[in-house]
Design a protein around this ligand. Structure first.
Ligand code: GDP
Ligand code: IMO
Ligand code: MG
Length: 442
């Protein structure tokens, strides 16, 4: 059972990093396959918190090698400061532990400027996406229009100079003339800084496709870590309120250069309620005091931008869609403890539009904002679950909630978590347990 993919089934921040950390112990490789430092993954081990953005959440296991595959967009300065931060925590982030595909597209300062200047301009209307301002969209645009500068280009100096000069010239015109911005860039300065950054990143260059393929052939475990969530997928999410990459599991194969038949398992991470950061439709958003309580108890504030997350109830229409789009085998339900004090727990079981039931999410924002959500209510357990370490020890109402999520999402529940610490994750499914070294279970 060597190749597994972990993805978020909602709008991100489901606890993917925490689950990847938990099951990565036995993996030879943990591979990030899309997105960039717009992601924020918090892992807590024995009370010690590590906030990861780009570096895969397998980094806390000393025998695991972490890789960034070609579909990632890489902010060199962001990455180096993350590496430095981990080194300060005595985490080994040398080239034996971490590698980067040379094909990754670089996020450069003009991408970040375009991202934030566009968002500032859009704030006048209601089409503001609420991006993380990390330059993700503009970098993926350059990739698609073949304007991108790849990590490998930093080592092809003759070619690099003409790429940088052309891009800086064009981006300056765009910033000034189209976005009305005062921010302008200097090609010589950028070239100089890229030279320094390139030298620091050189030891990390890795043939990710070959490494993944060799590990797979030797029956070693390879774990792919998704960022964001299914509803932020550029093709299948709530477009245009999405990120600029494909977040679904199939993209792991595209990004790492792995055939789709090599994947053995897809694990979906599902928060026991829903959250979303930024703009866009959110059918089960709760704007009442319950939404505020979910935010406070669940500490729903973005890891990257610190913004309060919008909160609401579990949406089984969204989860069912994610199960189908990703080919999910099983779900791990996180943050069950956040519901500990709620007397009633709501789950959306269906949607109606103009009085007619829907089979799936509508495609347009206008329709998605008009849907009527059908809820069912389950009794809460109103007791502390944070010390629970087995399914059997959960209150019966919590077991019923997990069972109900399984039925309405059409998916096996392979585990749950009752707190942010590694020790508060409980995996119950044998196939998933196989990913973990025996003897390490709670
Ligand atoms: P990711 O982006 O999917 O990796 O998720 P984030 O790390 O951005 O957000 C999840 C947040 O919830 C983090 O602050 C975690 O420490 C925290 N968390 C994860 N699992 C649990 C849980 O079971 N209970 C509680 N209370 N917090 C959790
Ligand atoms: P993790 O991996 C939650 C959201 C942003 C914005 C939209 C587009 O921690 O789950 P972008 O900067 O990507 O162009 O912003 O996507 N977003 C996330 N929301 N978790 C994330 O990552 C996110 N990454 C991007 O808030 O709405
Ligand atoms: Mg996050």
């Amino acid at each position: 059972m060597p190749v597994a993919i972990v993805v978020g089934v909602q709008w991100g921040d489901e606890g993917k990093g925490k689950v990847v950390d938990f099951i990565a112990e036995r993996s030879k490789l943990v591979v990030r396959f899309q997105g960039g430092n717009n992601a924020g993954h918090t892992v807590i081990v024995d009370g010690r918190k590590t906030a990861l953005k780009l570096i895969p959440s397998g980094i806390l296991h000393p025998d695991t090698r972490c890789l960034l595959a070609s579909g990632v967009v890489l902010d060199p300065e962001g990455l180096l400061s993350e590496l430095d931060g981990l080194a300060k925590l005595d985490i080994d982030v040398g080239p034996k532990r971490f590698g980067i595909a040379p094909e990754v597209i670089l996020i450069l300062p003009y991408h970040k400027a375009i991202d934030t200047e566009r968002e500032n301009r859009q704030s006048e209307g209601d089409c503001r996406i609420g991006t993380t301002g990390r330059g993700i969209g503009p970098a993926y645009e350059d990739a698609a229009s073949r304007y991108g500068i790849r990590l490998a280009d930093l080592y092809d100096t003759a070619n690099l100079e003409s790429l940088v000069r052309r891009n800086v010239r064009d981006k300056n015109v765009y910033l000034r003339e189209v976005l009305g911005s005062k921010i302008q860039f200097d090609a010589d300065e950028l070239l100089q800084s890229l030279q320094t950054l390139g030298e620091r990143l050189r030891p990390y260059l890795a043939n990710v496709s070959l490494e993944v393929s060799r590990a797979n052939e030797s029956d070693e475990y390879v774990l792919f870590e998704g960022a964001q969530g299914c509803l932020l997928d550029i093709s299948h999410g709530t477009y245009p309120f999405v990120t600029s990459s494909n977040t679904v599991a199939a993209y792991a194969c595209v990004s790492a250069g792995l055939g789709p038949r090599e994947v053995d398992m897809v694990i979906g991470i599902c928060k026991a309620y829903s959250t979303r950061v930024g703009g866009g439709p959110f059918p089960t958003e709760d704007l009442s005091a319950d939404g505020d309580r979910l935010r406070e108890i669940g500490r729903e504030f973005g890891t990257v931008t610190g913004r309060p997350r919008r909160c609401g109830w579990l949406d089984s229409m969204a989860v069912r869609r994610a199960v189908r789009l990703n080919g999910i085998d099983s779900l791990v339900v996180t943050k069950l403890d956040v519901l500990d004090t709620f007397p009633v727990i709501r789950i959306a079981t269906g949607y109606k539009l103009d009085g007619r039931p829907l089979d799936d999410l509508p495609v347009t924002t206008t329709e998605t904002e008009q849907i009527e959500v059908i809820y069912e209510e389950l009794p809460g357990w109103q007791q502390d679950t944070s010390a629970v370490r087995s399914y059997e020890d959960l209150p019966k109402e919590a077991k019923s909630l997990l069972e109900r999520i399984g039925v309405i999402s059409g998916c096996t529940i392979s585990g749950f978590s009752v707190g942010p610490d590694r020790s508060q994750t409980v995996i119950t499914d044998e196939r998933l347990l196989e990913l973990q070294r025996s003897g390490r279970l709670p």
